[in-house]
Unconditional design. Structure first.
Length: 249
């Protein structure tokens, strides 16, 4: 199986595009594009950023984004900066955790022996009813949740869930227009888009933007094409886009 970087680079070269051309269209940092093509995505600021940029780049090239993201999730490893301070510290925590679990088991054995010694009736209460294992809250022990590997796995699981909730807004310009767009209150872009331009932006909750030619763009939300905003030359001062769709004045 070809690596993600080779798939991206091959698709780009087939379209006869330079990395500068991709940057001009997607606004993905050149260094990030190079990292994706060189299979060094772990050098990006975080796995979340790596997935977002990979998804945007793959979509721009017309590739199967879901397949590449699955491949990334399968082969990517947490960066060194997320692996705890040092091996000795992790080893000490694991030894301490095992000691606590071992002591707990010894106490259980002692309790079981005591119960069996004093309970001689035929209809004795089962040990599971007498001693509920869940009362120990071992799964909620701080020593467990502080284990670096478990923290990393929990964070990745949380990201996979949240990543599917990201809003992806794509603009395909069919006529020259001016736009100023914000994601979750943060400005992403302000300027003129020309015919044939394609822009992709991401937000956690919502976008809002101002547009000078409502009929000049085709908009896709999470890959689904939305109705044309308005007529050619029509100005909208504030358009809001959420996961539920688009709101115009």
């Amino acid at each position: 199986m070809e690596s993600i970087g080779k798939v991206l680079k091959k698709a780009r070269l087939e379209k006869k595009l330079r990395l500068q051309d991709v940057y001009a269209q997607t606004k993905i940092n050149l260094a990030y594009l190079k990292a994706l093509e060189n299979d060094t995505a772990n050098s990006l600021p975080s796995p979340e950023y790596a997935r977002i940029f990979l998804k945007g780049y793959a979509r721009f090239l017309g590739l199967d984004t879901k397949k590449l993201l699955r491949q990334y999730n399968q082969y990517s490893k947490p960066s060194q900066s997320h692996r705890g301070k040092n091996t000795d510290e992790k080893t000490k925590k694991k030894v301490l955790l095992l000691s606590i679990i071992g002591l707990t088991l010894v106490l259980f054995i002692a309790i079981i022996s005591t119960v069996r010694h004093f309970v001689n009736t035929v209809d004795r209460i089962t040990l599971e009813e007498k001693l509920n294992y869940s009362d120990l809250d071992i799964a909620d022990s701080p020593l467990v949740t502080n284990d670096t590997n478990l923290i990393i796995q929990s964070a990745l699981d949380a990201y996979v869930k949240s990543e599917s909730e990201l809003l992806e807004l794509k603009f395909i310009t069919i006529d020259k227009t001016w736009i100023r767009i914000f994601a979750d209150g943060k400005k992403l872009f302000g300027g003129t888009l020309h015919k044939g331009d394609e822009k992709v932006w991401y937000a956690k909750e919502k976008f809002h933007f101002r547009i000078g030619n409502a009929g000049g763009v085709v908009i896709e939300l999470n890959g689904k094409k939305l109705p044309i905003l308005g007529k050619k030359g029509e100005v909208f001062k504030k358009v809001i886009v959420t996961k539920d769709g688009i709101e115009t004045p």
